[in-house]
Design a protein around this ligand. Sequence first.
Ligand code: ACO
Length: 441
Amino acid sequence: MKACLFKIQTHKSIMSQFAELSFDGKSYQLPVVEGTEGEKAVDISKLRAQSGLITLDTGYKNTGATMSGITFLDGEKGILHYRGYSIEELAENASFIEVAYLLIYGELPTQSQLEAFEARIMKHNNLHEDFKKIYDGFPSSAHPMGVLSAMVSSLTAFYPGALNPNFTDEEADRTIARLMGKLPTIAAWAYTNSIGAPVNYPTDKDYCSNFLYMMFKRPNRDLKIDPVVVKALNTLLILHADHEQNCSTSTVRIVGSSHASLYSSVAAGINALWGPLHGGANQAVIEMLDAIHADGGDTKKYMAKAKDKNDPFRLMGFGHRVYKNFDPRARIIKKACDDVLEALGVDDPVLDIAKGLEQEALSDPYFKDRNLYPNVDFYSGIIYRALGLKTELFTVMFALGRLPGWIAQWKELRDNGEPIGRPRQIYTGATPRAYVPMEKR
Ligand code: ACO
């Protein structure tokens, strides 16, 4: 790699302790790795070679897949830090592009670094005119997440240089700026296409205002962009910007570990994010609220369904794999949610149902005992609904926010020269047996 445009800060871990594993009359010493926040992990990378054992952890609930210097979170204490800075301080003071720079390059930018980064992103925010032909090929009913992922994948066709696995730092920086610049345009065009409105070309407004302009400007009416909405969007994007090794980020890393391009890795991450147990939850929240409303608005009935072990229904937007106390992002976004609802003067029965469910769940022993609190998706769905977005677009908004995190994680993986990701398994299928000819089956 050649000279780096921006510098990365790395954190070393200390390896001074060992854990001992006894099995079948033998004992094995396994190094204990400690991170900068005191988290400890048993390094089992040599365990199979030494003992024939692997570890089993379906859903990776207790598996560290990498050592990363990007995001720290403590689910028990409700802490989230990007590169050491608290999410509360960043959400209060920073712009989304500033946070993107921090995540990707490791340090808060100086004024001139920020301006250069933003200018580079905005230089790349237009789409090749041939993209319109691809949009035209989708039915207007196409889910925008599918369109988003397809469009990000197709960037490899327009910019094949990104396929070179031996890229220079300068080439990587260009690909990063291109993707940061183009994703809002891709997302907005997916939206306008889905509602039959003409596409809007990017302008020289700031990142958030430009996105809102491309989404909501129509030829027959002026658009007044409310600063409260711009601020809420900036906050939402920051809150979603990274969340260490979640499902979509792990997907980006594992695809990137095969030296697939940044575009291909992020397209895979978009598909992972789409699922209703991950980013798709904000869409699922509103769909659930709509269903409750259509069914007469009886929140108690749905609370009972959520608690019934024989009923697959779950209260969408509640609970989190790692936050078992509270989600710090949910606290911040709740305030942004209240501000937006007040500024826009929204009167929506579905939002009243959301408030009722929130109150009931917070005082219900089932939810309290299991530490099930509203997560970030509960409130983000409500804000997007208030902005008048189609529910299918909610997860696209999440993807816009998560992009710098995906990029940072992909960059870290490649900068650290991590090996290809390839988990093992415990086989539980049939033992060897003879092929059965068709007539004997
Ligand atoms: N509604 C009702 N019960 C729930 C819910 C819920 N939303 N979430 C968890 N539970 C219950 C489970 O039934 C289980 O009960 P039990 O101990 O009596 O069996 C207990 O709480 C623990 O649940 P798990 O599924 O083991 O928790 P896990 O950490 O695996 O799941 C998850 C986390 C997937 C987020 C889950 O809480 C859920 O499905 N929530 C709804 C979907 C959602 O909002 N997803 C968005 C997550 S945030 C994000 O991706 C940005």
